[in-house]
Each structure stands twice: as structure tokens, then as C-alpha cells.
Design a protein around this ligand. Structure first.
Ligand code: C2E
Ligand code: CA
Ligand code: CA
Ligand code: CA
Length: 276
């Protein structure tokens, strides 16, 4: 018994050490990744449920390291800890604006949304940096959208309201990402100048089974009552599409149309879904 316990303990220790080693080496490899050009952006369509037109695309970050594509859950929090997320996010905002201009040149009017990290949002330069990206490229600010999570708003409400009002006054749209997973009350959400609620995939994935459909349809009803646009995340099946159409959801995003892809592949999808 004592031996088993010791072995179990040793095993646990070595797993911890492995993770720590992996963590440290990822952090080392990550520093300078921006300068080395190892980041790239993939885009995922947001589709109008009535017309099938792609209205916007979401910019999602990827890291190419040693020929391997590393997903954001493995490095975003590390970038936040080192505050390196700020220059990386500035780069993403500028790239997103350039991409909007590029698609416009190709004859497509499509907006791009970017994910805003808490560290970036709390930074004093946040609003200036968004304005700089828009002005540098010279796009219509209404083509840009910031995706914000509820958690980011509760820390310092008056400061968050100030910043969102500033962003909104520029013309940039604002959405609440992963809606339904945070802790904010509805009364409280109304203080913020929000355009769109994004229903978290957790409330979509089991449709039409379970009670999850109830939460999704309630969020849709709520959005309508507040005069907000509403989009469902992580849509993969015909049943989910039917459910969302039936409940009058505005847009959807998910593998049903496309996973996040390169700008070139987005152009192909735009040609297919947005022309004529
Ligand atoms: P998110 O903002 O909620 O992004 C949606 C995630 O769901 C993306 O994962 C997307 O690939 C995935 N997804 C989309 N459709 C489907 C579907 O139909 N089924 C399933 N199973 N998944 C789907 P991804 O790209 O791995 O990003 C994960 C998270 O990392 C994002 O969640 C976001 O929180 C963060 N992230 C990604 N890019 C950035 C960025 O540029 N800046 C910041 N701050 N965070 C980012
Ligand atoms: Ca998002
Ligand atoms: Ca989301
Ligand atoms: Ca999410």
C-alpha cells in the first residue's frame, strides 16, 4: 500500500514537472514570435440565417512553430501574462483592417471582428490603438467589430463604459462574446453600448436535445427585446440551423458553413455566397 502510494505520488510529481517544462519552453519560444513572423490570422464566416450571405468574419490567431500550427488555447494566456498580447493585438487589428480593404478591392463588403483580451482592454492605449489601425488603413470604422467577454466589463464598470463609448463613437461595432457563460446581469449589460450578443457554443451544441435549446431561444428573445443583433456560435448541423431559423436568430457561425480559413479561402466563399 505504501509503495503504491509513493509511486502514485512520484507519477503526479513528474506530470507536474512535465507541464512546467512544457510551459516554460512554450513561453521561451513564444517571445519574439511576432518579430519572427510566426503568427497568422484565420477567418471564420458569420452568416445571415435568412439570406445565406456572409456579413462578417471573425479573426482568429494562429501560431506557426516548427511547421506545426499551435491553437490559441495553448498560448493566448502566456501572451497575456507577459503583456506581449498588446503588441500582438495591435498587429491583429492592423491586419484585420488591411484585410477589410483588400476584400473591398476585390469587390466584397465584409466586416471583420477581433477578439479583445482583458489585458489589452485595460491598457490605456486601447482606444487610441484601435483608432490608429483604422486611420492607418483608411477603412470605414463600421467594418470593424470588437468582441468582448462579459468578464472584462465587471472589473471596473465606469472605465469599461467610457472605453466602449469611445470605441462606439468612432463607429466600431461591439459584441459580447460567449454570452451566457459570464456573471453579468442583464440590467447591468444595458449600460454598455452593445450591438450584438454571441450565444456561446455551449448552448448550441446539444440542440435539438436537452434543455439547451431553451437557453439559446431565450437569449434570442432577449436580444430582440433589447434591439440587439444575435448570432449563434459553433453551429454544425442542419437541426441547429432549423432551430435557429425557427426562433428568428439573425446570424450563425460554425463548421456548418466553414471552419476558420485563410483570406484566400474566404474570398472563394464570398464569391460563392455574396455575389448576385
Ligand atoms: P472564441 O472567440 O469563442 O472563438 C470561437 C472558437 O470556436 C474558435 O476556436 C473557433 O475555431 C471555434 N469554432 C468555430 N466554429 C466551431 C464549430 O462549429 N464547432 C467547434 N467545436 N468549434 C468551433 P479557436 O480559433 O481555437 O479560438 C479559441 C479561443 O481563443 C477564442 O474563442 C478566443 O477566446 C481565443 N482567441 C483566438 N484568437 C484570438 C485573438 O486574436 N485574440 C484574443 N485575445 N483571443 C483569441
Ligand atoms: Ca470570439
Ligand atoms: Ca465565442
Ligand atoms: Ca469561446
Amino acid at each position: 500500500h505504501a509503495k503504491a502510494k509513493r509511486l502514485g505520488h512520484a507519477c503526479y510529481r513528474s506530470e507536474m514537472t512535465d507541464r512546467l517544462v512544457e510551459y516554460r519552453s512554450t513561453q521561451e519560444r513564444l517571445s519574439g514570435a511576432l518579430e519572427r513572423g510566426e503568427f497568422f490570422i484565420v477567418y471564420q464566416p458569420k452568416v445571415d440565417l435568412q439570406t445565406g450571405v456572409i456579413r462578417d468574419v471573425e479573426a482568429l490567431l494562429r501560431w506557426r512553430y516548427n511547421g506545426e500550427v499551435i491553437p490559441p488555447y495553448r498560448f493566448i494566456s502566456l501572451l497575456e501574462q507577459s503583456r506581449e498580447i498588446i503588441p500582438v493585438s495591435n498587429w491583429i487589428a492592423t491586419q484585420a483592417c488591411r484585410q477589410i480593404a483588400e476584400w473591398e478591392l476585390q469587390g466584397y463588403k465584409v466586416g471583420v471582428s477581433i477578439n479583445v483580451s482583458a489585458v489589452q482592454f485595460k491598457d490605456d492605449e486601447f482606444c487610441d490603438m484601435i483608432a490608429a489601425a483604422i486611420n492607418e488603413v483608411g477603412i470605414d470604422p463600421r467594418s470593424l467589430e470588437c468582441e468582448i467577454t462579459e468578464g472584462l466589463l465587471i472589473d471596473n464598470v465606469s472605465e469599461a463604459v467610457d472605453k466602449l463609448v469611445q470605441i462606439k463613437e468612432m463607429g466600431v461595432r461591439i459584441s459580447i462574446d460567449d454570452f451566457g457563460t459570464g456573471y453579468s446581469s442583464l440590467a447591468y449589460l444595458r449600460q454598455f453600448p452593445i450591438d450584438t450578443l454571441k450565444i456561446d457554443r455551449a448552448f448550441i451544441k446539444d440542440i435539438p436535445h436537452a434543455d439547451d435549446g431553451t437557453i439559446a431561444s431565450s437569449i434570442i428573445v432577449l436580444s430582440k427585446a433589447l434591439g440587439l443583433n444575435v448570432i449563434a456560435e459553433g453551429v454544425e448541423t442542419d437541426e441547429q440551423i432549423e432551430f435557429l431559423k425557427h426562433h428568428d436568430c439573425d446570424e450563425y457561425q460554425g463548421y456548418y458553413m466553414s471552419p476558420p480559413v485563410s483570406p484566400e479561402e474566404i474570398s472563394v466563399l464570398l464569391e460563392r455566397h455574396n455575389s448576385g
